[in-house]
Design a protein around this ligand. Structure first.
Ligand code: ZN
Length: 382
């Protein structure tokens, strides 16, 4: 039952190398029948990659077909296998490290029944043993050209393997500019997904540099396609774009500088005009001051004359007609007023007030009017 299962997982075909493996494996086994013979073998778990030239294990050194599988095919990865019946050891490549060899190894390591061992466990067993070596092998072979291509394309990749996500006003260029978003997974309308994103973008938790250690075939293919595009115009286009943008930024800055200079100049001109006006105003004032002062003096003289005239008129009028009010003054119980001898020091305002009371025949006076009269005439008495 275990045989059918394991064979189902990796059945040898009728290819040249498969037939060679069957023949060579049977020759090293106890049984002469492959169906029985292959069950005698187990993967030891030792793996060696031919790039590790400074560390060749003895089980590789002692083998009589170095760099080749038991089938004769050239190999990179060497998996050590052992016949548990007669102790023979040999080496197969990754094409012939068949599942049953691994299943037996896992069963021996874990105690699991062979039918419990899934494809995933087999793959995991292989991954653990070859992942680091595969990456190392890959880098030894392709590292230099990969670095060269990647460094050549990465800037253009970040610019062109993108989509416009938004538009945003830029103050440096004084225009709306696109906000690009990396294409993380190419849709049918996209040319390709971002190479940097897939390889080593810090925001990509599954970046291949970490998950695999070396780029997968799709990434390598896209990289080489994009590399050619970069060399045949795209990098020039990118540089031209960058240059045009830098020129625009410089131009915008220059325009701004000119505007600021003009504004400063206008302000200086305005300040100068204001200063001139102020000087003219002061000079004019200086020139006019004596005239204005003389005018003011004349006005004051006129005013004083008019006041004196009015005062005389009021005093005269009260001297002539004041007695009309005597009865009422008495009626109100106020001190009698000597109309011929009104205190000449009373203010013009007080004189006017008194005159108004008399002229109104002192009818309808209220309490505050009487108080005013008392105040005015009191001064008269003292
Ligand atoms: Zn082989």
């Amino acid at each position: 039952m275990t045989d059918e299962m394991t064979m189902a997982k990796r059945r040898l075909g009728t290819s040249h190398w498969d037939k060679k493996l069957v023949t060579n494996m049977v020759a090293l086994s106890v049984s002469n029948d492959y169906e029985e013979a292959h069950k005698e073998w187990i993967a030891t778990g030792d793996v060696w990659w031919r790039g590790q030239t400074d560390n060749i294990p003895t089980w590789v050194q002692q083998n009589n077909h170095p760099m080749k599988c038991l089938c004769g095919h050239d190999i990179v990865y060497h998996f050590r296998i052992q016949n548990t019946e007669n102790g023979n050891e040999d080496i197969v490549g990754s094409d012939h490290i068949n599942s049953y060899l691994i299943i037996r190894a896992i069963a021996k390591e874990t105690g699991m029944r062979p039918d419990e061992i899934t494809e995933e466990l087999i793959q995991q067993w292989l991954n653990v043993r070859v992942k680091g070596m595969k990456a190392e092998a890959w880098w030894a072979e392709n590292g230099k050209s990969f670095e060269l291509m990647f460094n050549t394309v990465k800037e253009a990749d970040l610019r062109y393997n993108t989509k416009v996500k938004d538009w945003k006003y830029n103050y440096g260029t004084k225009r709306n500019e696109p906000v690009y978003k990396l294409i993380k997974k190419a849709s049918p309308t996209d040319e390709m997904a971002s190479i940097v994103w897939r390889w080593n973008h810090p925001d990509n938790s599954r970046a291949q540099i970490n998950s695999r250690g070396y780029p997968n075939e799709k990434l390598m293919y896209d990289l080489s396609v994009f590399y050619i595009k970069c060399l045949t115009g795209l990098n020039d286009q990118l540089q031209a774009e960058k240059l045009a943008r830098e020129e625009r930024i410089a131009q915008v800055a220059e325009q701004q500088r000119i505007r600021q200079e003009e504004e400063a100049r206008r302000q200086a001109e305005y300040a100068e005009i204001q200063r001139q006006r102020e000087l003219e105003r002061k000079a004019y004032e200086e020139k006019m001051r004596p005239i204005w002062e003389e005018e003011a003096r004349q006005r004051e003289i006129k005013r004083k004359k008019a006041e004196a005239r009015e005062r005389n008129d009021l005093l005269l009028h009260m001297a002539t007609h004041g007695s009309k009010a005597d009865k009422m003054i008495e009626y109100y119980g106020l001190e009698p007023i000597n109309w011929q001898n009104i205190n000449p020091n009373l203010s013009l305002h007080d004189l006017r007030t008194l005159h108004r009371y008399i002229n109104s025949d002192m009818k309808n006076l209220d309490r505050s009017d009487l108080r005013r009269i008392e105040e005015i005439t009191k001064g008269d008495k003292e």
